[in-house]
Design a protein around this ligand. Structure first.
Ligand code: IFM
Length: 450
């Protein structure tokens, strides 16, 4: 293997999941209801009426799942904590049984030699907070910091990496603008206030984490979905740039430049959020790392979105497969924002995976997808980007929000009726990548079927 396909020593190879998508046990052992429990239990909100009441039953099967991670040689595992499992009423009394679950999860990971990366919020807000306005209510941001304190006090002796929020863009804009996600509201002004309050919550939680654990590595995971111009014409470039600032700049700039992008702010007019004095300083406090969830890009002309892009392949989500845009994104972040360690906290794809007659899952398209994205990530490192790690979304097939169980993203196939796990070909391939610390053109599976 040529050296330029090897990753730097100590590169973090991981996979990611989220509590609501895999745990199940939605009402066991004192867990409170989340907005996603309420949303998925509302007819018509999720495809096929699916709910994650049981999902992958990871709550009961976590040891088996960690054994699979170990078999793949994962160096790190990114998972989220269910706020209402730990604090059923959002604040106040701790549900010790719920917190013990995460304690055991962390210990079992460490015994397996896998570093935990915790996401504090991956969309399952306690429903009791929705009843007082959810993220529109700024008080919830303070409760979020209290929740962060509970977790870091219990797990901070063993967990170094803390991600405050996952994809605040999705929480605000799919939850409050399109209504496709919980809580299902369709109001752009409210969405923009939610986006701001989430960033405030990030700032308060970062402070809380550092107060209780001065050495905590604190980051946030943003879904960065760049918009690129269809041509070199200045009108097309301007349209694409505005869309980039609207989607990505709206979160990157407050976090890394202590301001909202002025052109977008102007365009939003009356819709802009209330920003209290001191908010931007709070939001832009030092980040130890930035997590990037990269899946695809949008192509734009002055007339609007260009789709489909001629000659491109699309995943089951209808997302264009576009690995070179990942390299361009990473290089742009280095150029336009302050230097900060980066992690790809999610990258992956949904394809129609099926169990073959031989009992295996031959998902060559996912291998191709990951291989292309890893190659582009490696090129970006060659361009001088400080990329420290890569987490595949997802460790295993799971509940894909409003799409229910229709979309499979996993390295591990889950046969939901039996809860049997089958490591897909991509999982075996990834094990080989990890073993070799890089992508080989002829990567052979490092582990046999399980
Ligand atoms: O499944 C989601 C995940 O929860 C957040 N990032 C994108 C993934 C695929 O849609």
């Amino acid at each position: 293997m040529a050296n330029n396909t090897l990753f730097p020593q100590g590169f973090v190879w991981g996979a990611a999941t989220a509590a609501y998508q895999i745990e199940g046990a939605w009402n066991l052992d004192g867990k409170g209801e989340s907005i996603w429990d309420a949303f998925s239990h509302t007819p018509g909100k999720v495809a096929n009426g699916d709910t994650a009441d049981v999902s992958c039953d990871h709550y009961h099967r976590f040891a088996e799942d960690i054994a699979l991670m170990r078999q793949m040689g994962l160096k790190a595992y990114r998972f989220s904590i269910s706020w209402p499992r730990v604090l059923p009423t959002g604040r106040g009394p701790v549900n010790w049984v719920g917190l013990d679950f995460y304690d055991r999860l962390v210990d079992t990971l460490l015994v397996a030699g896998i570093e935990p990366y915790i996401t504090l919020y991956h969309w399952d807000l306690p429903q009791v907070f929705q009843d007082i306005g959810g993220w529109e209510n700024r008080e919830v941001a303070s409760y979020f910091a209290d929740y962060a304190s509970v977790l870091v006090n219990r797990l901070g002796d063993r967990v170094r990496f803390w991600i405050t929020l996952n994809e605040p863009w999705v929480v605000a804009f799919l939850g409050y603008r399109t209504g496709e996600h919980a809580p299902g509201i369709t109001d752009e002004k409210r969405a923009l206030q939610v986006a701001h309050n989430l960033l405030v919550a990030h700032g308060l939680a970062a402070q809380a984490l550092r107060t209780h654990m001065p050495g905590a590595q604190v980051g946030i995971a943003l879904n960065l979905w760049p918009t690129e111009s269809v041509s070199n014409a200045s009108e097309d470039i301007a349209a694409a740039e505005l869309a980039w600032q609207k989607d990505c700049g709206w979160f990157l700039s407050p976090l890394l430049k202590a301001s909202y992008p002025s052109d977008v702010w102007e365009k939003y007019g009356e819709l802009v959020p209330d920003v209290a004095p001191g908010d931007l300083a709070l939001i832009s406090q030092r980040l130890d790392f930035l997590g990037i969830n990269y899946y695809s890009r949008t192509v734009m002309s002055a007339q609007g979105t260009v789709s489909p892009v001629a000659g491109s392949q699309y995943t089951e989500m209808g997302w264009e497969v576009q690995a070179p845009a990942l390299r361009r994104l990473l290089v742009r972040l280095k150029k336009d924002y302050q230097a900060i360690p980066l992690y790809i906290t999610e990258n992956g794809c949904a394809f129609k995976d099926e169990m073959s007659q031989d009992g295996q899952v031959h998902d060559q398209k996912r291998i191709d997808f990951l291989q292309q994205h890893l190659s582009q990530a490696r090129l970006a490192i060659g361009d001088g980007v400080d990329l420290r790690g890569f987490f595949v979304w997802s460790l295993m097939d799971n509940f894909e929000w409003a799409h229910g169980f229709n979309k499979r993203f996993g390295l591990v196939y889950v046969d939901y009726p039996t809860q049997k796990r089958i490591v897909k070909d991509s999982g075996k391939w990834y094990a080989q990548v990890i073993k070799q610390n890089g992508v080989m053109s002829n990567c052979k599976p490092a582990i046999s079927g399980v």
